[in-house]
Design a protein around this ligand. Structure first.
Ligand code: ZN
Length: 245
């Protein structure tokens, strides 16, 4: 039977991919893998664990704490995340100048994640990797593009002599399509426990690039974000309690 491994960040997109894989391969054949790469916000890993529990799939965290030693980005270092997508315009041909990448870009991250995931999969006879990267609607990260992923797939096949496939079900979907897909796949219960905010805030900050894109997607899909609803529910309950006292 075909088995699949999801690279799970604990965010909206990889969670949608987890449910895509359950639908495609069957729950018993799906497992998830997260990376402790020195990210500032461990809340991502907690989200990945919780999402895996809700989806009832096995989950493991691999420690690869090296990116913070490389420095220079806002996800592992103590520097401010750039607000808004103010300088992320890709050229018409899809190429980007160096300066156009936001400081949330961690160079090499997806390449390393997928290489480790492939090695992990190899040891467990898993032949399908699933990742939530998309080349639409994002900050133009070059390691999320289709040509990067198909080239990496080819490299992994050659380098391990192993017939592995990288699935990217969200590659050409915009955020609102992704929300619609998550809804269709029954991922919304888990969505309430995902984490997207670049500032690591809970409830989400609402003004970082990640929060803005997420909110835009749910607004365009005409669907309330279960994550936001969860916090509204808690704060309502807290207020009710305070009023009772
Ligand atoms: Zn945020």
């Amino acid at each position: 039977m075909n088995k699949a491994l999801i690279v799970l960040s604990g965010g909206q997109d990889s969670t949608t991919c987890l449910y895509w894989a359950i639908n495609e391969f069957g729950r018993d054949n799906v497992s998830s893998l997260s990376f402790d790469y020195g990210q500032r916000h461990k809340i991502e890993l907690e989200a990945a664990k919780k999402v895996s529990e809700i989806a009832a799939v096995a989950h493991e965290i691999l420690p690869i704490d090296t990116f913070s030693a490389l420095g220079g980005n806002a996800l592992t270092d103590d520097i401010d995340v750039q607000d808004e997508a103010d300088d992320n315009d890709a050229d018409i041909d899809g190429s980007l100048s160096d300066s156009s990448l936001p400081n949330t870009f961690v160079p090499g991250r997806n390449l390393v994640f997928l290489t480790f995931a492939a090695a992990y999969a190899y040891q467990r006879s898993i032949k399908h990797l699933v990742t939530g990267v998309a080349q639409t609607d994002y900050s133009g990260y070059p390691d999320c593009r289709e040509n990067t992923l198909s080239s990496l797939e080819q490299t992994l096949r050659l380098g391990m002599e192993y017939d592995i496939t990288i699935h990217t079900p969200l590659m050409n979907l915009n955020k609102s399509d992704t929300v619609a897909l998550a809804e269709k796949l029954g991922a919304m219960d888990a969505m309430a426990y995902t984490h997207t905010c670049y500032n690591g805030e809970q409830p989400p900050c609402g003004h970082c690039q990640a929060c803005i894109l997420r909110a835009k997607g749910f607004a365009e899909a005409n669907r309330a974000d279960p994550l936001i609803e969860r916090f509204q529910f808690f704060s309502r309950n807290r207020n009710d309690k305070t009023n009772d006292e």
